[in-house]
Design a protein around this ligand. Structure first.
Ligand code: ADP
Ligand code: MG
Length: 364
């Protein structure tokens, strides 16, 4: 009877779930939704990071600060912005929201768009008042580069080209700010994973390089379509890395799905990214990413610690019972005591200080 009680592995069973679930609850209180205990465990394993630019490293609330009609169709600024905003209205992309907001700010009336289609990482097309409007990355919509594009991009802006009925009609310069915690996050992720994060973006190389330098990233891969981002992540995985992908857009969804762990920026993130990711940062804090990785590592350490405690108790009680004469009440007390002990040990991760320590660890 005593043997059967002390040899039953209750403490082993209780060793893993309390730390992982406590970590999930704690992360949730700090605006990080981790979708399962498996994800909480995997987060701590990552050893390489790929970050998206627009909406992830940057605030994702860019502003239009240049509206430049091109001579072709002879539109004025308001007409150009009206057509672009009407075409962009159904889009979830941060640039699309900026363009629509700029039109509203100028009090422009937006007609309805028909036949809306969006190509992730490229742009959108729609029919507005009988005219076909395409809005998106200049390089892909227009082969012969316009001087203005280079000028806008050199100042760190994203140039968005508006094409009306097949003719380039104008350029919009959109400026996006780096998140205040971007540089600190890049540094923290470098320390945690031992390798510097890479920047994967669909934006042009000039604007990307400008921003990457500010954030402290050297490895910049620009002009990527969604499938290129996926290929980049798969390549890192093939080299034996466990890649953490952080993104926000529809264009990041394939990479998020292929990653060892995918994290989406939730406030401005697209539904597809939120759906595909393993975890979602609900508050707009990029610094929560390294903090959650650090918290996951603490949880993993507690799991190991718990397994050791459980193993030592069980082995000790079994040996005592076989070798000597372990009284039944003592066997029960030892068995239940060790089970409660590992349970409580795991629950330590519920405390506020556990997150604070992880956040401190995750800030370098
Ligand atoms: P990132 O990878 O940095 O998040 P995206 O892949 O979403 O950037 O976009 C890459 C580029 O494609 C943008 O810089 C922009 O030029 C163009 N683009 C994508 N979607 C849109 C859109 N809805 N409107 C205008 N341009 C767009
Ligand atoms: Mg993005």
């Amino acid at each position: 009877m005593t043997f059967m009680i002390v040899a039953s592995p209750c403490a082993v069973v209780l060793a893993t779930m309390p730390p992982l679930l406590s970590a999930i609850a704690n992360a949730g209180r700090h605006g990080v939704l981790v979708k399962s205990a498996v994800v909480m465990e995997r987060l701590g394993q990552v050893d390489a990071v790929a970050l998206d630019k627009t909406g992830t490293l940057t605030e994702g609330s860019p502003r239009v600060n240049d509206v430049r009609p091109l001579p072709g169709p002879g539109l004025d600024e308001s007409e150009l912005l009206t057509l672009a905003a009407a075409a962009e209205r159904p889009s979830e992309h941060p640039l699309a929201r900026a363009i629509v907001a700029a039109a509203h700010e100028r009090g422009l009336d937006l007609p309805d768009a028909e036949d809306f289609a969006s190509a992730p990482g490229v742009g959108v097309t729609a029919v507005v008042g009988g005219r076909t409007v395409a809005v998106g990355a200049p390089a892909r919509l227009l082969d012969d580069a316009v001087g203005t594009v280079a000028e806008l991009e050199e100042s760190g802006r994203t140039a968005v080209l508006v094409v009306v009925d097949g003719t380039p009609a104008g350029l919009l310069g959109v400026a996006d700010r780096l998140r205040p915690d971007a540089a600190a996050t890049v540094a923290a992720l470098t320390t945690l994973t031992g390798t510097a994060p890479a920047l994967l973006t669909g934006d042009n190389p000039r604007a990307a390089a400008h921003l990457a330098a500010e954030a402290g990233i050297d490895d910049v891969r620009a002009g990527l379509l969604p499938q290129d981002k996926l290929a980049a992540v798969q390549e890192m995985a093939a080299a034996g890395r466990k890649v953490l992908v952080v993104g926000d857009g529809v264009n990041d969804a394939p990479a998020l799905a292929a990653a060892h762990t995918g994290v989406a920026m939730g406030r401005a993130g697209s539904d597809l990214a939120l759906e595909t990711a393993d975890a979602v940062i609900v508050r707009d804090e990029l610094a929560a990413v390294p903090a959650t990785v650090a918290l996951s590592r603490r949880a993993r350490r507690l799991v190991v610690q718990n397994l050791v405690i459980a193993g030592v108790f069980i082995a000790g009680l079994v040996v005592w019972d076989l070798a000597g004469d372990l009284p039944l009440p003592l066997g029960v007390a030892g068995h239940e005591g060790s089970t409660v002990l590992v349970g409580l040990n795991g629950l330590r991760l519920l405390r506020e200080t556990a997150w604070q320590r992880a956040a401190a660890e995750g800030s370098g």
